[in-house]
Design a protein around this ligand. Structure first.
Ligand SMILES: NC(=O)C1=CN([C@@H]2O[C@H](COP(=O)(O)OP(=O)(O)OC[C@H]3O[C@@H](n4cnc5c(N)ncnc54)[C@H](O)[C@@H]3O)[C@@H](O)[C@H]2O)[C@@H](O)CC1
Ligand SMILES: [K+]
Length: 488
């Protein structure tokens, strides 16, 4: 599912106009979609209170207001700025709207009203003024239902960041394609239910206008999911190696290993330091074990070319050993997580050097803190949204970066970006990240390319959490992974 940034949507708009499509006709359809949503969702509203801004978002508002009046709904319009200065389609929409509007400071709460927020959409450029924020706060505090046109005003369509303040909509009607800000946090939490309405811009124009941002759905990775056939031998389903920490720290790697097995790897081996072998062995059944205490032992083990992917990080310990292990593993498909990432905090360039110059085959899975350790300058940039941060990081590291959180973003060095929105809040539980690393490792082991493996991993992880339900523990997750043939 392709997402368009506000800039790309603007391009689509321009291309549509250049191809002879009537832009005012698009605005009429947009405004009518909003009035239809209003009538469908709030048939008993005492009044439609329409806030109209100074651009085309406001234009949609005037169209919706006129349509609601025609449907018999009492309507009050409050405008921002000088409506005489409206230009183009928005100006025409206001002229075609026979309702007197009043300046926004005249607005007072009205019992039973429903607000249509048509202040700003794609054109939001700066934080909302204090006066606007006060009005938004009053509407929010009084729990007045809000329908947002395109985006809740104040939410950045590219980043999902809130600029100053923002409406909390019950429902958002956007046009043609959802925007990244509808799925990134905190924007997602401001949108309510999201409706993507087709106002008639042709697909070919949308495809020409954008293409980097995707919502992470199976459509993005399904074609590269490993297919399990009756004849597939366990070796052909790959062999995943997961590195464990010492005797008191084998649990995290065991979780990853179990998840890798459930994600379909034919064989999974837990590589353990010799002093942890006994502890680990008492906990393992289907997962195999291999003592690997130092880099010499690792090099020996790596001579087995059937080992097809690795996970290093969960519970491994931070330090020199992790760095030398990663050096030995850098040319192989690898998920670098947790301690594996933090081990390079003092010398991120060393890691990037190891990963440079080849087809990207490493997946880095940092949460916010780990991201800041590897990419301090990128992480500090307040105006970058999460996709831009992940994307810059991916290019720098020549690795797929899966930037974790409630709105996990997956970015590839070639510019592809997936925003994951299927994770329930109860997925934020101890060990959950270890399972995610293991799932991705299991998919890499079966030959899935790094970006698709990371995207699939994030989606499957969320899907398993939804199946397991509230109160899950990380141990429950692998058992709830869906069969790949059942994913649609
Ligand atoms: N893209 C499309 O194909 C279509 C777009 N339409 C609508 O057009 C909208 C985009 O229109 P515009 O590009 O005119 O942008 P907007 O209407 O979102 O806002 C632009 C205006 O707001 C001002 N502004 C921005 N931030 C401000 C702030 N914080 N405080 C005060 N003023 C601020 C700008 O100076 C500019 O005048 C979309 O969101 C959508 O609602 C629809 O009419 C249908 C077709
Ligand atoms: K809006």
């Amino acid at each position: 599912m392709l997402l368009l940034t506000p800039e790309e949507m603007g391009n689509a708009d321009r291309l549509a106009a250049e191809s002879g499509i009537d832009s005012y006709g698009l605005m009429i359809k947009a405004g009518h979609a909003v009035s239809a949503a209003f009538l469908r969702l709030f048939p008993g509203a005492s009044r439609a209170t329409v806030f109209c801004g100074p651009g085309n978002n406001g234009g949609d508002g005037y169209v919706a207001a006129e349509a609601l009046k025609a449907a018999g709904v009492p309507v009050a319009i409050f405008h921002l700025g000088d409506p005489e200065k409206l230009a183009g389609d928005a100006r025409r929409a206001r002229i075609d709207c026979a309702i007197e509007s009043r300046p926004i400071p005249d607005y007072r709460l009205y019992p039973g009203e429903v607000v249509i927020d048509a202040l700003f959409g794609a054109g939001l450029q700066r934080p909302l003024s204090d006066n606007l924020c006060e009005i938004i706060e009053a509407v929010t505090d009084a729990a007045v239902p809000v329908i947002a046109v395109d985006l809740p005003s104040g939410v950045g369509g590219l980043t999902g960041q809130v600029l100053g303040g923002a409406f909390r909509a019950a429902h958002t009607v956007t046009f043609m394609r959802a925007k990244p800000g509808h799925y990134l946090l905190p924007g997602r939490a401001h949108c309510g239910s999201l409706e993507v309405f087709d106002i008639g811009i042709p697909q070919r124009i949308l495809a020409e206008a954008g293409g980097a941002h995707h919502l992470n759905t199976p459509a993005l990775f399904k074609a590269s999911l490993p297919a399990l056939s009756a004849s597939s031998h366990k070796f052909r389903r790959g062999h995943l190696g997961v590195f464990s920490g010492g005797p008191s720290a084998t649990g995290a790697a065991r979780l990853s290993a179990m998840a890798g097995l459930r994600a379909g790897a034919g064989l999974v081996t837990l590589a353990v330091p010799s002093n942890a072998a006994l502890v680990a062995a008492t906990h393992l059944t289907a997962v195999m074990m291999k003592p690997v205490s130092d880099v010499a032992a690792l090099e020996d083990w790596l001579a087995d070319k059937r080992l097809s992917a690795f996970v290093l990080g969960p519970g491994f310990g931070v330090g020199e050993k992790a760095r030398t292990f990663v050096e030995a593993l850098a040319a192989r498909p690898l998920v670098l997580d947790a301690d594996g990432i933090t081990s390079f905090a003092e010398a991120p360039e060393q890691l990037f050097g190891l990963l440079a110059g080849t087809e990207p085959h490493c997946v880095l899975t940092p949460h916010e803190g780990e991201f800041a350790r590897l990419f301090p300058d990128i992480s500090k940039h307040d105006t970058f949204g999460k996709p831009e941060k992940a994307s810059r990081a991916a290019r720098r590291a020549n690795a797929v970066v899966l930037y974790k959180g409630a709105d996990t973003v997956i970015a590839a060095p070639d510019g592809r970006i997936a925003i994951n929105a299927d994770a329930p809040p109860w997925l934020a539980t101890a060990g959950s990240g270890d399972v995610l690393a293991g799932i991705i490792g299991g998919l890499l082991a079966q030959g899935m390319p790094a970006f698709e493996a990371a995207a699939a991993g994030a989606w499957l992880h969320g899907d398993a959490a939804n199946r397991a339900g509230e109160g899950l523990t990380a141990e429950d997750l692998p058992g709830h992974l869906p069969r790949f043939s059942a994913i649609s």
